[in-house]
Ligand binder design. Structure first.
Ligand code: ATP
Length: 410
């Protein structure tokens, strides 16, 4: 470490006031020169100190950056397969299924058990054991205690709302009705229809109405995210629901795990198959009149493996179609409820002009119209804003919007 330079002594001269003027002037000049010299030395020292401060600042910045990147460097999720003597464990990394033998630090050794989900760093050192919440998030489950969607937010599919209430809400809210009559409620409800028609909203609204926890998982995540983990994730999904009863399990894109068997026998197919079998066995195993309801959704009904539609499985099918003209008008009204809309907006006309639009498309139309109002410096949305928005959407991606009807869904 460099030592701090010593501070020069303050120059001092006794100048006798009785001296003749010229000698006194000479002495003062000398004193002045001493002062200038000390000043120069101090300035040089100050410069040095400034440079040193600069260097230290850069060093601190660098260390801080390193520290930040160490803290934020990605961790990978792995499952503890086995805990061996000598503080070693075998972990299996999600995603690539790689098995690794790794040492556990003394800090962690008493905390890991086979089956635990852990976060490992690049060198496979276990950083933490995931708690249930983090674990659920890592597994891409979406868990909402009380989703903010209500039946009043859903337009144009009243009949579907009624059916969902009957098949999902009633068994949760009034199980005694089923006991009295002596029938089991539907085990699982399958909502099928084109994208953006309100399937997820329906599932959320029923969870809201019944004060049930809403647990969502996408079928595509089940098979894509953690290769070889699909069936375990299905088990965890039901486990999570059991811990949080009453609960609604919503499996979106169920087609990803329940496609009709193809001729090809790749390992990927076998994995998908295992995941589906696990789902079916979980469904077979749970109490029909219990506090967990399961809803699945698909826009590829044609591709589904019929095995999942057997009694005791997804035995209530609800078609959620694209809204008709009246439905579109209702949805427009719902999505403009919070907007300041001018009296000249003709919802019936807009509904007639949006044939083939899904609920989600109509929501975008309302937002786009609002954008036009802002662009035109108005705080009220007029009919012409809607007309312009409609034109923009048609021009932007006419192919997408217009052909969404019937493209995926047959
Ligand atoms: N019937 C509807 N009434 C009101 N809004 C709707 C309706 N359908 C869709 N929306 C709007 O579109 C958005 C997307 O809808 P949602 O996620 O429920 O569609 P989905 O059928 O589940 O779509 P996907 O099949 O693509 O998952 C909703 O957040 C809502 O704003």
């Amino acid at each position: 470490m460099s030592r701090s330079p010593s501070i020069p002594d303050r120059p001092h001269r006794d100048i006798d006031s009785d001296l003749p003027d010229d000698e006194r002037l000479e002495a003062l000049r000398g004193h002045y020169e001493d002062l200038v010299e000390v000043n120069e030395q101090l300035t040089a020292q100050l410069d040095d100190a400034e440079k040193r401060r600069q260097r230290l600042r850069e060093k601190v910045d660098r260390v801080e950056r390193e520290n930040e990147s160490l803290k934020s460097s990605s961790l990978y999720i792995a499952t503890v397969e086995d805990v061996l003597d000598d503080d070693e464990v075998i972990v299996k990394q999600h995603g690539n299924n790689q098995e690794v033998l790794t040492e556990v630090s003394s800090r962690m050794v008493d905390r890991v058990e086979p089956g635990d989900r852990v976060a490992v760093n690049d060198s496979f050192a276990i950083q933490t054991v995931l708690n249930a919440e983090t674990d659920a998030r890592a597994q891409s489950m979406e868990i909402t205690e009380k989703p903010g969607v209500t039946y009043a937010d859903i337009g144009g599919i009243d009949e579907q709302v009624r059916e969902v209430r009957e098949a999902v809400e009633q068994p949760l809210a009034e199980p005694e009705l089923f006991d009295e009559v002596g029938i089991d409620p539907p085990s699982g409800v399958l909502l099928y229809g084109p994208p953006g028609t309100g399937k997820t909203m329906l599932a959320k609204a029923v969870a809201n109405e019944t004060d049930a926890t809403f647990i969502k998982m996408a079928g595509s995540e089940l098979v894509r995210k953690f290769i070889g983990e699909g069936s375990r994730l299905v088990r965890d999904l039901f486990e999570m629901a059991r811990e949080r009863e009453p609960a609604i399990i919503f499996i979106d894109e169920i087609d990803a795990i329940a496609t009709r068997r193809t001729e090809s026998k790749t390992s990927g197919d076998a994995e998908v198959q295992r995941t589906m079998m696990q789902l079916l066995s979980e469904m077979d195993g749970f109490e029909a009149r219990g506090e967990i309801r399961i809803i699945a959704a698909t826009n590829r009904f044609d591709m589904l493996d019929r095995a999942i539609l057997r009694p005791g499985r997804f035995d209530r099918l609800i078609d959620v179609p694209e809204p008709d003209c009246d439905g579109r008008e209702q949805i427009l009204e719902i999505h403009t409820r919070g907007m300041s809309v001018s009296d000249d907006v003709d919802f019936a006309e807009l509904a007639a002009d949006t044939d083939g639009y899904s609920g989600a498309d109509i929501e975008s139309l309302a937002t786009e119209a609002g954008m036009f109002a802002i662009r035109n410096d108005r705080d009220t949305v007029t009919h012409s804003d809607f007309a312009e928005a409609l034109e923009k959407i048609e021009n932007d991606d006419s192919s997408d919007v217009i052909s969404s009807a019937g493209y995926f869904y047959q």
